[in-house]
Design a protein around this ligand. Structure first.
Ligand code: 8YV
Length: 325
């Protein structure tokens, strides 16, 4: 029997490209023409995605698509509800990146609070030699309370690290969680009032778009620091910039942005903001782990008719049940 055809819209890690070539026939968006992709569309049974939007229009192009294997734990670029309606399996890459992203979050938090970005620029620009010591940081980690917005696997790993730094921890999310002793706040404004370091570790959803609003930033207060390791869409960026300009909050550490890779110039080169280029999980070790899980999901689906890490919306989907809409 011939191998299933997998569509790879964008280039992937070498580990993924090599494994897909071994296990499947691969149709590559990077090298095939639009015409060639269109001609082969009926044969495509799986897609492996890294930063590509999978919406109704995409699904319409591939009538025999059975599985979308997303590289990343966050799958906001994949319309999982539309996939579920057509009985298309969607998988993501949880667990393998949890500790890496939590490490990045803590590094970013400390950098933002102690202004390591500006301090590094001080050395790089020769200011240390020319003008002497870097100014004392207005912020300190001492005595801070971490408010985790989104206490999932990554949020919990961040909270555990923060406890080791002597921080108080509280959280907000859709539900109170029975397995933690941290104080729960049933609104985001309530969480912001109770903490001074707001850690955003929630997935981006249509419901939480711009959830970190002027009101939330005002509740966080003048000693407040926002750290975003989740999704840029969760923060109202113009409101954040205004809050930083006015001193409504102290600073921010941002790994994710509303319109990546574009970052508003108002967030660049300022002492009270540290910016990273979406590198939460971006070590070779962890990205390879994520890539392997993408491959494992595809292999298991076509060999055994089940996925390793299905997303909740499509957990019920079985092979051979693809529906037209
Ligand atoms: C990746 C991430 O950078 O897993 C996620 O949700 O944000 C990161 O690990 C991202 O998936 C790359 O598109």
């Amino acid at each position: 029997m011939s191998q299933p055809v997998i569509f790879l819209p964008n280039p992937a890690l070498p580990l993924v490209e090599d494994a897909l070539d071994r296990e499947f026939q691969v149709l590559r968006g990077a090298t095939a023409s639009t015409d060639e992709i269109q001609k082969a569309a009926d044969l495509v049974r799986g897609v492996s995605v890294f930063q590509a939007r999978i919406d109704e229009a995409f699904l319409d192009r591939f009538p025999n698509l059975e599985i979308v294997a997303n590289f990343g734990v966050g799958y906001d670029a994949v319309d999982a509800k539309a996939c579920a309606a057509r009985n298309i399996m969607v998988t993501n890459t949880p667990d393998v990146l949890t500790e890496e992203v939590a490490d990045t979050a803590i590094g970013l938090m400390i950098s933002a609070v102690r202004q390591f970005g500006a301090a590094e620029r001080w050395v790089q620009s020769g200011n240390w030699e020319r003008n002497g010591s870097f100014p004392l940081s207005p912020g300190t980690l001492r005595g801070r309370t971490l408010g985790v917005y989104g206490l999932g696997r990554i949020g919990k790993a961040i909270a555990a690290r923060a406890e080791a730094f002597g921080m108080e921890v509280c959280y907000h999310g859709r539900n109170r969680q029975s397995d933690v002793a941290y104080a729960y706040h049933d609104t985001l404004v309530g969480l912001a009032q109770a903490c001074d370091t707001l850690m955003i570790a929630t997935p981006g959803t249509p419901e939480n778009r711009n959830a970190v609003s002027t009101e939330v930033l005002e509740a966080l207060g003048a000693n407040g620091v926002v750290v975003n390791i989740g999704r840029g869409s969760v923060v109202d960026e113009p409101a954040l910039i205004a809050a930083l300009d006015k001193g409504t909050i102290l600073g921010a550490g941002l790994d994710v942005f509303a319109d990546e890779p574009r970052v508003p110039t108002a967030l660049l080169n300022r002492d009270n903001v540290v910016v990273l280029p979406h590198i939460g999980s971006a070590s070779i070790h962890t990205r390879n782990g994520m890539g392997q899980l993408v491959v494992d999901n595809l292999v298991r689906w076509f060999a055994a008719g089940e996925a390793v890490t299905p997303v909740p919306e499509t957990r019920h989907v079985k092979p051979g049940t693809r529906r037209a809409v």
